[in-house]
Design a protein around this ligand. Structure first.
Ligand SMILES: Cc1cc2nc3c(=O)[nH]c(=O)nc-3n(C[C@H](O)[C@H](O)[C@H](O)COP(=O)(O)O)c2cc1C
Length: 219
């Protein structure tokens, strides 16, 4: 009896009509779902400076936090772009929070402009000098992390073949938070209204306080 019940429940779980594919052979869909499934992703709005002092600002959604002590964040450049080259040269970068209010400006900073043209100017944003690193932060953004480079890792496939992608990791050495985002000593993620990246080229979600729910973990 028990055997029949567990077989039936296995059948109902496995009976889903699944779209299956192995990425190396194509996906059989109009748009690669990878980005839409690993979503939403935070946006790392990264400011950086090259060896000559040129300043760059660009969004990176292959980004996350990886370590508490020391605090380490990382972003991946899907080719050798100016930002990763700058960080390699200067050893520093700043992560800025992209919010609903700043969505258009954030998008404008993804434009391809000449290396000596700063995206701060293109998007009409204010560059404020860093306190610990020699890279400006976005004054309009409610949160910025000043970071020092720890590692640049060229990614590779399971077969060991190098990918044209570089993961840049940095230690957060200074933090700026608009005090309006802090209530009773607790940073309120939703108050800043961060925008997060979804699937296709133009898809985003907005984080709102009312979408939060609490679930305490068992350990
Ligand atoms: C929301 C958003 C997220 C992006 N995420 C990435 C990313 O994770 N990796 C990447 O290489 N490019 C990403 N891009 C594209 C870069 O921002 C774009 O290529 C930019 O021109 C790079 O600037 P840079 O060469 O000054 O570093 C993203 C663009 C947008 C609008």
């Amino acid at each position: 009896m028990l055997w029949i019940a567990s077989s039936l429940s296995l059948l109902s779980v496995t009976a889903k009509d699944l779209h299956f594919y192995e990425p190396k052979n194509g996906r059989g869909l109009k748009h690669d779902p990878f980005n839409a499934i690993i979503a939403p992703r935070p946006i790392g709005w990264i400011s950086s400076r090259d060896g000559k002092g040129n300043i760059t600002l660009a969004p990176y959604s292959f980004i996350n936090g990886f370590c508490y002590h020391p605090p380490i964040i990382g972003f991946s450049s899907t080719s050798w772009k100016d930002t990763v080259a700058n960080v390699q040269q200067s050893g520093e970068f700043v992560w800025n929070l992209a919010t609903t209010d700043l969505a258009k400006q954030m998008n404008a900073t993804a434009a391809h402009v000449a290396h000596d043209v700063s995206e701060f100017k293109v998007a009409g944003l204010t560059a404020v000098p860093g306190k610990v690193v020699n890279v400006p932060r976005v004054a309009e953004s409610p949160v910025s992390f000043e970071c020092k480079l720890t590692q640049i890792i060229q990614l590779q496939g399971a077969n060991g073949e190098k990918a044209q992608a570089w993961l840049t990791l940095g230690e957060v050495v200074a933090v700026h938070i608009d005090k309006a985002m802090i209530r009773d000593g607790v940073y309120q993620t939703g108050l800043a209204r961060p925008i997060v990246r979804a699937g296709r080229r133009g898809d985003y979600f907005e984080i709102k306080p009312e979408n939060m729910f609490e679930m305490v973990r068992p350990d």
